[in-house]
Design a protein around this ligand. Structure first.
Ligand SMILES: [Ca+2]
Ligand SMILES: [Ca+2]
Length: 206
């Protein structure tokens, strides 16, 4: 099991500290921000082996296809989205091979490095847009509470927690657009204020 303190020391060793958005403090030293990243990582680690791999993404689509009774065609399209998400974002566009597994320290380093870049918010748009395409199960361009709940249950978040995150993150809207989702997703990855509602995006923090 990962603990925040050993992840933090691993990140400092690997990547040094990063000027953050919170009065110049470092993200690598910000335990709230680390908890958020660890939460996202944990939700993507479908088989719970403490790594995120291509198999986790394939399992995610399989689970969604079963829960939402998706057509083969829709499941195939979603498979393409998650593979793109895996290759472009989690592997930074490098061919690391089918068996590659991302440990949590590497994931946090990846996000820290991305946030150092001046166009980091724009760079976060692509993976968030791909993820939205997976959550939008019927592909109609908006996510409703049913789709949100099915997705959350697939990643291990309860129905109650999913209903809560949908309400607080998206201002009690009944349908969430890609733009809404990207804005909250960008806040999840960048904001260090613990009061910001985007903290709930992937369910309760681990
Ligand atoms: Ca895994
Ligand atoms: Ca939809």
């Amino acid at each position: 099991m990962h603990t925040l303190s050993n992840i933090a020391s691993g990140i400092r060793t690997l990547f040094g500290t990063v000027p953050g958005m919170n009065g110049g403090s470092a993200l690598g030293d910000n335990s709230f921000w680390q908890r958020k990243m660890l939460t996202h990582f944990t939700r993507m680690d479908m088989n719970g082996d403490n790594f995120v791999s291509r198999d986790d993404f394939k399992s995610l689509v399989k689970s969604l296809a079963n829960k939402a009774k998706l057509s083969d065609q829709r499941a195939f399209l979603m498979q393409r989205l998650v593979i793109q998400l895996w290759e472009d974002f989690w592997c930074c566009g490098e061919d690391k091979g089918f068996e590659y597994k991302v440990p949590v320290e590497e994931f946090l380093g990846l996000v820290i490095n991305l946030l150092k870049l001046s166009d980091s918010k724009a760079l976060l748009e692509e993976p968030l847009s791909l993820l939205f395409g997976v959550i939008d199960l019927d592909g109609n361009g908006v996510v409703n509470i049913r789709e949100w709940t099915i997705y959350n249950e697939a990643i291990g978040v309860s129905e109650n927690d999913a209903v809560h995150s949908f309400e607080v993150c998206f201002d009690s809207k009944t349908e969430v657009t890609k733009e809404d989702f990207i804005a909250v997703g960008q806040a999840f990855f960048t904001v260090t204020d613990e009061r910001h509602t985007s903290r709930h995006l992937w369910g309760p923090l681990v």
